[in-house]
Design a protein around this ligand. Structure first.
Ligand code: AMP
Ligand code: MG
Length: 391
């Protein structure tokens, strides 16, 4: 049985980068850049006033100043300032020739003759100098970074209206299980609703990838086989849920192998989610996820999600918070580590969620993250400092 980090290494090592495509600026949020982005301009493009006020020569600030023009943003100043002259200037407007500082309007008043008096003690220059933020030709965004809203602003600033980004992974989702019905149906006796497929499709979308749902396969060879064949043909990744444990009707691993999937591991030392399978075929990779919803949820989070970003060339950053445990957590000592969902209370206190086991998806409603109870441990007591891995 592999440890989580061994399994993750195998998964990430199997990722073959997807090709790139251009997208419109409006559509690029969440995508992964496939090129370094270079600025085509200096920023600011000219010496720019940081304040509404009066541009003048610093040497003159103790003298009454004669205002010679008004400079709105976007307009070229008409005058070069001389001794004891100033120009009324707006934030973002170009600083006129001759001026080397801007007096904040709040720190000035006009004398009876209409001349400007500076009331402040010291005058900062309040000028953003040309090229002070970015030089033309400078790399402003690196390849393989994920585009967030602030990166959209940077792309817009440098005129990159069609950034080159990695193609989004296509992910096929297949549920297996005789007991499953679709959520729109009230489950007949001994059946349950298929939640995994909807959860997994949502997780795929949240990971900036494209899900396709292939329906519920009964626990019969040909039902799983047909769907798997089609999904392998049409996707970069296939997620099966259910049928990977030791039951008489757990057919998934054999069908995976028969479809040319080279199984790289068939179990990991994590609770929940031990029987997670991962394999590689010619055109796609395949995860056989356990049927229990919390297992499927967690295994997607910790293995599939980093894999999807790796296909796009991006190394997903995992965020952790250090927190103090609010309640005792006890587990049966095991040869697997236990991942326990917690909610974060006022930022740095971790409340373990009442959790009956891997079928108990409702426990996840309040989850902000997971803590890990190591192999062999019987749990952690209240007050212990823990590391919370964020969802
Ligand atoms: P399995 O891995 O097929 O043995 O399933 C383990 C448990 O997960 C069983 O109790 C199943 O009923 C449940 N299960 C399997 N597939 C799903 C699904 N798609 N949605 C919700 N629960 C499921
Ligand atoms: Mg099953």
């Amino acid at each position: 049985m592999l440890s989580f980090s061994e399994a993750l290494q195998i998964v990430l090592g199997a990722a073959r980068p997807l090709d790139a495509e251009k997208v419109a600026l409006r559509e690029c949020l969440g995508r992964v850049l496939a090129e370094d982005v270079v600025s085509d301009i200096d920023m600011p493009p000219f010496d720019k006033s940081a304040m509404d006020g009066y541009a003048c020569r610093r040497a003159d600030i103790r003298n009454p100043l004669e205002s010679v023009e008004v400079i709105p943003a976007g307009i070229k100043p008409q005058r070069t300032l001389g001794k004891n002259q100033c120009a009324k200037i707006m934030t973002g407007a170009p600083v006129p020739e001759g001026a080397d500082c801007v007096l904040m309007v709040e720190q000035t008043r006009l004398d009876p003759g209409g001349r400007v008096l500076f009331l402040g003690k010291e005058a900062d220059h309040h000028i953003f100098f040309k090229g002070g933020d970015v030089r033309a030709g400078e790399v402003v965004l690196r390849r393989f970074g994920k585009i967030g809203p602030q990166h959209v602003a940077i792309l817009a600033t440098v005129g990159k209206v069609q950034p080159l980004v990695s193609r989004r992974p296509k992910v096929g989702v297949i549920a297996t299980g005789d007991e499953l019905v679709e959520p729109s149906q009230f489950p007949p006796p001994f059946s349950i609703r298929n939640s995994n497929s909807y959860q997994l499709c949502a997780q795929v979308r949240a990971a900036d990838s494209i899900p396709t749902y292939y329906g519920i396969a009964k626990d019969r060879d040909e039902e799983i086989d047909t769907r798997l064949k089609q999904a392998l043909k049409e996707n970069d990744v296939v997620l099966l849920s259910g049928g990977v444990s030791m039951g008489d009707f757990d057919l998934t691993p054999e069908i995976m192998k028969r479809n040319g999937i080279d199984i790289r591991f068939d179990s990991i030392a994590i609770k929940p989610g031990k029987p997670t399978h991962f394999g590689v075929a010619e055109g796609a990779c395949c995860f056989g996820l356990p049927g229990n919803p919390v297992s499927a949820f967690l295994q997607f989070e910790i293995l599939v999600k980093p894999f999807l970003y790796k296909l796009m060339g991006h190394d997903l950053r995992i965020l952790h918070t250090t927190a103090v445990l609010e309640q005792d957590v006890s587990v049966r000592p095991s040869d697997r580590e236990s991942w326990i969902p917690v909610s974060l209370v006022s930022g740095n206190r971790a409340m373990p969620l009442t959790y009956h086991g891997s079928a108990h998806i409702n426990a996840m409603a309040e989850a902000d993250g997971f803590i890990v109870i190591p192999v062999g441990s019987t749990g952690l007591s209240r007050g212990t400092t823990v590391r919370v891995r964020h969802l």
